[in-house]
Design a protein around this ligand. Structure first.
Ligand code: CP
Length: 304
């Protein structure tokens, strides 16, 4: 039976570790001079993106090509969705062309969960509304594991627009399953009710959340999902919640700085922090290709 990757909520710690171990070896290939492996030869991967993306879409495409798959992209604006076709009809059409893996980003939480039982292709959630972005959290965990050697026992502070973030939800599921201590910080207007029930500490100041952290992860302020009045201005947001060098000193001296991208420079993180020697943001991008290779390869072999 085919398997999907819809979220980290559904995966066990052992399954997550298995994906990270596979991705670690894939990363060697990404960094090598010969980026061609036969793992997905004869398979077809289609990226169906209803929202903008740079790194997720391109990394799925490159991951598929590095493993010799046939890879194609389709966006809502360039498809028959623009003529009124439904999501389900579009997915069934793509499925009927011999698609083996359907990678999907959609603004509606639960969209990939809706399609997964209706198509024979394995569905990979590349971000659904405010719900989950599982491959982002997997690439974050791979990056942490490579730099710190382990995840268990680490203090991870995630700062920013927690309310709208699918990245934070997937990271909370994944990191807590692997034994990290997660705290979230941000304006109370951007903090969802009940987030503490996911096993995280909740703070409304950056300095409390960041204190003694091993990992400091900024979250993007999601302008496209904001209702008016959740914070006064981006300048004011940076003043109270932005991560600059002074605030970073509250974390451990060897703390890593992370961000899923795209970064709003001078809003979530200062430019000196983004480009500083503790930043692993560029390495996160490389891990992203490796994780997506691992996920698609494992799905093509029956799952995790
Ligand atoms: N982190 C992330 O999902 O980035 P994109 O929106 O560029 O894919």
């Amino acid at each position: 039976m085919k398997q999907d990757l819809l979220g980290l909520k559904e995966l066990s710690a052992d399954q997550i570790i298995h994906i990270l171990d596979t991705a670690a070896s894939m990363k060697e290939l990404v960094k090598s001079q010969n980026k061609k492996a036969p793992h997905l030869q004869g398979k077809t991967v289609v990226n169906l993106f209803y929202e903008n993306s740079t790194r997720t879409r391109l990394s799925f495409e490159l991951a598929a090509k590095y493993m010799s798959a046939n890879a194609a992209n389709i966006t809502a604006s360039g498809s028959s969705v623009a003529k009124g076709e439904t999501l389900i009809d579009t997915a069934e059409t793509i499925n009927a062309m011999g698609t083996d893996i359907l990678v999907m980003r959609h603004s509606m939480s639960g969209a990939p969960h809706l399609l997964a039982p209706l198509v024979s292709a394995s569905v990979v959630n590349a971000g659904d509304g405010m719900n989950e972005h599982p491959t982002q959290a997997l690439l974050d965990m791979l990056t942490i594991k490579e730099h710190k050697g382990h995840i268990e026992g680490l203090k991870v502070a995630i700062i920013g627009d927690v309310y709208h973030s699918r990245v934070v939800r997937s990271n909370i599921y994944g990191l807590t399953k692997l034994g990290a201590e997660v705290s979230v910080g941000g304006p109370s207007t951007l903090m969802p009710m009940g987030i503490d029930k996911l096993g995280v500490k909740v703070y409304n100041t950056v300095h409390e959340a960041i204190m003694d952290a091993d990992i400091v992860m900024g979250l993007r302020i999601q302008m496209e999902r904001q209702k008016k009045g959740l914070f006064p201005s981006t300048r004011e947001y940076f003043r109270f919640f932005g991560i600059d060098e002074q605030r970073l000193r509250l974390a451990k001296p060897d703390a890593l700085v992370m961000h899923p991208g795209p970064v709003n420079r001078g809003v979530e993180l200062s430019t000196s922090v983004i480009d500083g020697d503790r930043s692993v943001i560029t390495d996160q991008v490389t891990s992203g290709v490796a994780v997506r290779m691992a996920v698609m390869y494992m799905l093509s072999r029956g799952g995790f």
